[in-house]
Design a protein around this ligand. Structure first.
Ligand SMILES: [Zn+2]
Ligand SMILES: [Zn+2]
Ligand SMILES: [Zn+2]
Length: 771
């Protein structure tokens, strides 16, 4: 350590890592250094920021003490390392231009909802940004979606093409200003502008495009609106014909739409909003929040048919606020601007081309979106915020890990895809990429991988992937001949993701319930109880296999899996013809199906819990075919919410070698019995949910007895079913299990890339230590 000079003056260099770029960190440090009367400088570096301060010992100490405590709202320091350096002849504190001499590891900020200060200025007729739709400051505005490269400077964003006017430049240069070094700073004179286009993409000469778009929405039109991470398709959520028209044109049948409401009071009018939900709605991430709807709420019937919940969110860009202030609609359907299952459109021409025929008009602007980023979706459960889709507002904030690893890329699954890169002791998940089954989805996947590598400045030589040979992500990974490839079983990845975000090590009981995951034996797994360590898994119990007649077709048509279960337990009689489900079957189709099962033609075996939900939903007459993923299971859950029945259908546990088989014969006996005696669908659904909870509690107890394990991780898409999640969590807690679940990443397949990465990291580590 260098002693203080004879004058009592010292100089410290401080390297700060974390989210410290583009969040007003440099102006904050500038002000703090001046308050402490220190000389020196600050600069953005690829790793974060580097600061040097010089002054009396006490003043430097005060600066160091205040620095971590007073950081601006969006900044997040992950490390702060001061060291002594030689005195310099500085007389003032200066902000230097960015340094490019180190490998980048600075964290980019996610996009942030417009702040209160900006909103106040925007609604002030005397302010020069009165009604300006792109107002922002260092505390708010676009980040991730406009960044081309790092370090984060205007020249490396889509604002590069806008030269600041004198007034904006003066704010940008003034360390005392809220817009000091706010990279997207702009105004009416120099910044992006909105335009209204007609249904064919031809510019409309509108005096005020925003007011005209608002007028169109009021009249029932469908307007494509360019947002932060992509286009939305919007229409008045209280107008039945408009919502119906949107469904028809978008070819989206029954899958719920998200609704943006004017303000928190409107949210409360439509849904039950408790304190935690209120915080989520108002958070700067502004996700869609799933809320229990009020039965009397006047939302168009087509917004979320047969669903007790509604996805609500509040305006998050200045443009959204202006739209609401210009029209009388209190609630707008705001759904991704795409055809069903394709990625969201971001480019003006692309939007016109793809959404032509859906939108009656386009409200566009000339600030390019460089990164597609869908809205995030969250809900509150047992006192925590759970993410059902982790995207805008959360990406690219990393998940902190326990240990460091060499860089690893994990490519995720096939549906609800995300990718993940481990760098050091942090895991960075991409935005929601979605389904890879179409060409656009696959391109988006490649784009997300490339961008994440670029902003993190790593090119991992290790790639983790799912075991399913037909997944696009798997095939993509297998194309990298020079990389080290590590295949990770789907449900192993689910549980490892849950362990990682809860910082667990060692061995846990993992209950992984979902629709589809390729098993180590080639069957389709999905009703799994696993003993999991990061590097290994042992399949401790699973739902008994049943044929999935027609494979994918059986996922779209739950009646097939219901027949398969009945045939398994009762042969061709299916347990009796007096059940309405059987009476209503098309006998010709049924015959073909039974032959397929008999001969094992196109009948993969499955232990899927999602398919068991489908079978029960079909059997009790809720749904023979689905219009979107998991629809039958969701409707079964909705029915169960309307019953308080406490009885539970039984399952059988049979020991078969090292693994317990979970039999469903008694379950179906009881189901048929209840259907015959005319029990309410709601009660049957509830007993089925109760049955699953007590089944998996029972399995966990057996494993605790045999293995001495007390920690249980819950993961997989079935835990998006809040009733099943709560019933099982409460039952496990009551029996003194430590129960862990997700809050950082989704329980569904959006979270598996994190688990894949962790499994790969530990396999590398154990391979390294044994060689
Ligand atoms: Zn602001
Ligand atoms: Zn300007
Ligand atoms: Zn899964």
């Amino acid at each position: 350590m260098t002693p203080a000079s004879p004058t009592g003056v010292i100089r410290k260099a401080i390297d700060v890592a974390g989210i410290v770029q583009g969040v007003g960190f440099r102006p904050f440090v500038y002000r703090l250094a001046n308050e402490c009367n220190l000389a020196g400088h600050i600069a953005n570096t690829p790793a974060g920021v580097s600061i040097e301060v010089q002054g009396p010992v006490a003043a430097v100490a005060s600066f160091l003490a205040r620095l971590p405590l007073e950081v601006p709202p969006l900044a997040k320091i992950t490390s702060l390392l001061p060291r002594d350096v030689e005195l310099q002849p500085d007389i003032a504190f200066r902000i230097l231009s960015s340094r490019l001499d180190q490998p980048p590891s600075a964290l980019i900020s996610p996009d942030v909802a417009v702040c209160e200060d900006c909103l106040r200025e925007m609604s002030d007729p005397r302010d020069r940004r009165f009604r300006y739709p792109f107002i922002n400051c260092t505390n708010c505005g676009p980040r991730f979606t406009i960044i081309r490269d790092i370090p984060y400077d205007r020249a490396r964003t889509s604002m590069a093409s806008f030269a600041m006017c004198a007034a904006c430049q003066a704010e940008y240069d003034d360390p005392a200003n809220r817009r000091f070094h706010a990279q997207p700073n702009a105004c009416w004179d120099c910044g992006p502008q909105v335009q209204l286009l007609d249904d064919r993409g031809v510019r409309v000469n509108a005096g005020e495009p925003l007011r005209e778009a608002a007028g169109l929405l009021e009249c029932g039109a469908i307007v494509a609106i360019k947002g932060l991470g992509g286009f939305h398709l919007a229409c008045n959520a209280e107008n039945d014909p408009s919502v119906e028209r949107l469904r028809e044109r978008k070819r989206r049948v029954e899958k719920p739409f998200a609704v943006m409401v004017r303000g928190i009071e409107d949210a409360e009018r439509f849904c039950v909003v408790d304190e935690a939900a209120r915080r989520s709605l108002l958070s700067r991430e502004r996700p869609i929040v799933l809320l229990r709807r009020r039965p009397e709420a006047h939302v168009a019937a087509g917004v979320a048919p047969r669903n007790l919940f509604l996805g609500l969110f509040l305006p998050y860009t200045p443009l959204h606020h202006l739209l609401f202030s210009s029209c009388r609609c209190d609630a707008l359907v705001m759904t991704s601007g795409n055809l069903s299952e394709e990625p969201i459109a971001i480019d003006n021409d692309e939007a016109v081309q793809r959404l032509c025929g859906i939108a009656d008009a386009f409200l566009v602007h000339n600030r390019d979106i460089l990164r597609r980023c869908d809205d995030s979706v969250v809900r509150q459960a047992s006192g925590q915020t759970q993410k059902l889709r982790r995207s805008r507002g959360f990406v690219p904030v990393p998940v902190a890990l326990e240990g460091e690893s060499q860089p690893i890329l994990a490519v995720g699954g096939e549906l609800k895809n995300t990718v993940c890169i481990i760098r050091g002791a942090e895991a960075f998940l991409s935005q929601h990429v979605g389904d890879l089954e179409n060409l656009e989805g696959y391109h988006f996947f490649e784009e997300a991988v490339e961008h994440l590598q670029r902003i993190l400045e790593v090119r991992p030589k290790v790639i983790a992937h799912d075991l399913h040979p037909d997944y696009f992500s798997t095939k993509w990974a297998l194309g990298w001949a020079e990389a080290r490839l590590i295949g990770v079983q789907h449900h192993h990845a689910h549980i490892a993701a849950c362990m990682a975000e809860n910082h667990l090590d060692g061995k846990v009981i993992g209950i992984a319930l979902d629709g589809t995951g390729y098993g180590a034996d080639g069957a389709i797994w999905g009703g799994e109880v696993l003993l999991v360590e990061y590097a290994n898994l042992h399949r401790a119990a699973h739902l008994d296999y049943v044929a999935l007649p027609g494979g994918e077709a059986a996922i779209r048509e739950p009646w097939r899996i219901a027949v398969s279960y009945l045939a398994k337990h009762y042969g061709k009689s299916l347990g009796g013809v007096e059940i309405p489900f059987i009476k209503e079957l098309d006998w010709h189709n049924l015959d073909i199906l039974l032959q397929m099962i008999d001969r094992g033609v196109n009948c993969p075996l499955t232990s899927s819990c999602g398919r068991l939900f489908d079978a029960v939903a079909a059997l009790i007459g809720l749904r023979a075919a689905v219009n979107y993923e998991a629809q039958a299971a969701i409707e079964l859950e909705m029915a169960a919410h309307e019953s308080t029945d406490e009885s539970a259908y039984p399952f059988e546990l049979q020991h078969a070698g090292e693994t317990w088989q979970i039999g469903t014969r008694s379950l179906f006996n009881w189901l048929l019995h209840d259907i015959r005696r005319g029990a309410r669908v709601q009660d049957i659904s509830r007993r089925f949910h109760n049955g699953l909870a007590s089944l998996f509690l029972g399995v966990a107890e057996k494993l605790r007895e045999a293995r001495g394990l007390n920690r249980v991780c819950l993961s997989g898409g079935c835990f998006q079913n809040i009733l099943l999640f709560e019933l099982l969590r409460v039952a496990l807690r009551k029996q003194k299990f430590e129960v862990y679940f997700h809050s950082e990443v989704p329980a569904g397949d959006g979270g598996i890339s994190l688990g894949q990465a962790l499994v790969a990291a530990h396999r590398l580590h154990s391979a390294g230590s044994s060689s």
